[in-house]
Design a protein around this ligand. Structure first.
Ligand SMILES: N[C@@H](CCC(=O)N[C@@H](CS)C(=O)NCC(=O)O)C(=O)O
Length: 203
């Protein structure tokens, strides 16, 4: 198995899952700052020119959610990231999709707006930050019945969210520290040895 990745939250979702499953894999660091993702050889794998991409036994998969589903369906006999119980499994998939339509794009655009050189677009920043805040409130409500992880047991739903929200937590964002349930959930995920290993890829 080969993971094409970079030192970014989307790439780390996959290295975390590979570590959780104890799978052997090679890592190919795609240098986004050098625009390696726009090279013909990379575009032939992912015409959307984004990491992560996983090559598994001749099959090439892109989109982090699809890759996690692939790993769960094909390499997770014990249901470590994709629960075996049908109802819980669907909940895990639901939270993974929720991330790709919510926290992922909104934090991505917020980060881009904040990193933009020159005059910042305060209106855009307010819109994206407002939406991230709303989504964190949704997660807080989901966790309010004292479940350990989003779907109950640990799953791809948590893995999809963690690397993104960890950046906010590390920056000391009050949007997270003001939600102790969300903060405790992130800490629980962070305490997992496989998560620590996956977050260090690529090194
Ligand atoms: N929806 C995609 C997003 C992937 C993504 O945004 N990747 C970024 C790095 S975190 C990237 O490769 N950007 C390079 C580009 O857009 O050219 C996924 O979940 O896999």
């Amino acid at each position: 198995m080969r993971l094409y990745t970079a030192a970014t939250p989307n790439g780390r979702k996959i290295s975390i899952a590979l570590e959780e499953l104890g799978l052997e894999y090679d890592t190919q660091w795609v240098h986004l700052d050098k625009e390696e993702q726009l090279e013909e050889s990379f575009l032939a794998m992912n015409p959307n020119h984004k990491i992560p991409v996983l090559e598994d036994d001749g099959q090439v998969i892109w989109e982090s959610g699809a890759i996690l589903l692939h790993l769960g369906e094909n390499h997770d006999p014990e249901g470590r990231i994709l629960p075996k119980d049908a109802k819980t499994r669907m909940e895990a998939i639901q939270y993974a999709f929720f991330q790709t339509g919510g926290v992922g794009p909104n934090l991505g655009r917020l980060g881009a707006a904040l990193r933009k050189e020159g005059e910042k677009n305060a209106e855009m920043i307010e819109i994206f930050l407002g939406e991230v805040k709303r989504l964190l409130g949704v997660i807080d409500r989901i966790l309010s019945d004292d479940r350990e992880y989003l779907a109950g047991p640990y799953s791809i739903g948590d893995i999809m969210h963690f690397p993104w929200l960890k950046i906010m937590q590390d920056l000391g964002a009050k949007e997270i520290s003001e939600l102790p349930r969300v903060e405790a959930w992130l800490n629980r995920i962070h305490d997992r040895p496989a998560v620590k290993r996956g977050m260090a890829v690529p090194e």
